[in-house]
Design a protein around this ligand. Structure first.
Ligand code: FES
Length: 351
C-alpha cells in the first residue's frame, strides 16, 4: 500500500523543510533537482503495522539480553577443558564455542534491532540542509586588512629596514641549527665500508684450522671458508671485520669457468668470492657441486660461481664480489688486492 492509496486525513502531517527544485540562473549555473516527493511507509500510516515493528525490535533486543545471560552462564558453568565434537569442524573446546555463539547472537541481535527500528519507525523524511558561504564577509576582510596594516605601521618594520632585514636573516638561519644537530647521530662512515682487511700479499687462512692454505689443500668441487691472516676471533672488532672479509674458496675445473675476469683472478681453478650475500648480508653457506651454484639460506638468492657469481635467482641485486688471488714464493695462497667493489648489501655502494 503506497501513500497515494491512503485518504489524505490519515497521512501524518508534513514536516517543514520541503525542498523544491530550482532552475539554473545567472547567479547559480547549476539547476537544483530538489527532493523527490516523500513516500510514507506502512508503519507511518498504520498504527498496527507500527506496533508489529515495535514488537519485532523489542524481541531482537530481548534475544540479545538472553544471549548475554547465556554468555555469562557458559563462562561460569562450562569447564574450560571440556571439548565437544561439532561436524564438520571436529573436536573443539566447548566453552569457546558457547562463548562465541552467545556473544555473536547478542551483538547481532542488537544490530538487527537497531537497523529494523531505524528503517521502520524512526522518521525517514529527507531534509535538505542549505549550505552557507564559508568566506568571510567583506566587512570582516576589510577589518583584518586594516588591522594588519595598522600592526605593520606600529611595529615600524616598513621604516626600519635594518631591523626587517636582520630579522629575516635570523629567521632563515635558525632552522639550520636543527640540521647541524643531525650530524650528532653518529660518526660518518667515510669509505670504511668500501674496504676490507684484504690487501696485496695477505695470506688466505682456513677459517677452521687457522692455517695458511696451499692450492693442494683445496679439492676440486669443495667449498672452504677463509679469512685474512692476522684476524683472530678473540680480537676486538673481529665481528666487524669478518663481516666484510669472510671468503669462500671453491675449486673448479679451469675449463668450467665461463667468465674471463673470473678465470684471470683465479689460481689453478681456485676462485675466491665474498661469503656475504649482496641482498641483505647473510653469510652464504650452501654450495651445489654439480651446478657450481651457491645459495644464500636467508632468501634463496642463488649465484653461479662458474660465471662471475652472477645472480641467477632471488632478490640479490649484484654478483658476489671476487677477490683476486695468487700464490706467494712459498706456495701459499694470497690476496693480490682488496675486493674491487664493496661487499655485502648493495646499499653500501651509497656510503
Ligand atoms: S640475504 Fe641473501 S638472499 Fe637475502
Amino acid at each position: 500500500m503506497s501513500s497515494q492509496d491512503i485518504p489524505e486525513e490519515n497521512l501524518p502531517a508534513e514536516h517543514g523543510g520541503a525542498h523544491a527544485p530550482k532552475p539554473a540562473d545567472d547567479k547559480n549555473p547549476f539547476a537544483d533537482p530538489g527532493l523527490p516527493p516523500h513516500e510514507h511507509r506502512i508503519q507511518d500510516i498504520d498504527e498496527r503495522a507500527a506496533k508489529r515493528s515495535e514488537r519485532t525490535v523489542a524481541l531482537l533486543f530481548t534475544v540479545s539480553m538472553l544471549a548475554t545471560i547465556g554468555f555469562i552462564a557458559s563462562f561460569v558453568a562450562i569447564p574450560h577443558d571440556k571439548s565437544i565434537y561439532v561436524w564438520p569442524i571436529g573436536h573443539i573446546n566447548a566453552m569457546n564455542l558457547a562463548l562465541g555463539l552467545t556473544l555473536g547472537v547478542a551483538l547481532f541481535a542488537i544490530g538487527a534491532g537497531a537497523v529494523h527500528w531505524a528503517r521502520t519507525l524512526m522518521s525517514d523524511e529527507e531534509v535538505a540542509d542549505e549550505r552557507h558561504p564559508i568566506e568571510a564577509s567583506p566587512e570582516t576582510r576589510a577589518k583584518v586588512h586594516a588591522d594588519f596594516k595598522q600592526g605593520a605601521k606600529e611595529s615600524v618594520i616598513g621604516r626600519r629596514k635594518l631591523i626587517r632585514n636582520t630579522m629575516l636573516g635570523a629567521l632563515t638561519l635558525v632552522p639550520l641549527s636543527g640540521v647541524v644537530l643531525l650530524r650528532d647521530l653518529g660518526p660518518l662512515p667515510g669509505t670504511k665500508l668500501r674496504h676490507t682487511l684484504w690487501s696485496r700479499g695477505k695470506l688466505i687462512v682456513n677459517m677452521n684450522t687457522n692455517e695458511p692454505m696451499r692450492p693442494s689443500d683445496i679439492a676440486v668441487g669443495s667449498l672452504t671458508f677463509a679469512k685474512p691472516e692476522g684476524l683472530d676471533e678473540h680480537d676486538h672488532g673481529f665481528q666487524n671485520e669478518i663481516a666484510k672479509a669472510a671468503l669462500m674458496l671453491i675449486r673448479l675445473e679451469p675449463e668450467a669457468i665461463k667468465d674471463k675476469q673470473e678465470l684471470e683472478w683465479s689460481h689453478e681453478g681456485i676462485v675466491a668470492y665474498s661469503k656475504i650475500c649482496t641482498h641483505v648480508g647473510c653469510p652464504i653457506s650452501l654450495y651445489e657441486q654439480q651446478t657450481h651454484h651457491a645459495l644464500c639460506p636467508c632468501h634463496q638468492s642463488t649465484f653461479d660461481l662458474a660465471d662471475g657469481a652472477r645472480v641467477i635467482f632471488g632478490p640479490a641485486g649484484h654478483p658476489l664480489p671476487q677477490l683476486r688471488i695468487g700464490v706467494n714464493d712459498e706456495g701459499y695462497l694470497e690476496a693480490l688486492s682488496d675486493f674491487a667493489e664493496p661487499v655485502g648489501p648493495a646499499f653500501w655502494e651509497r656510503g
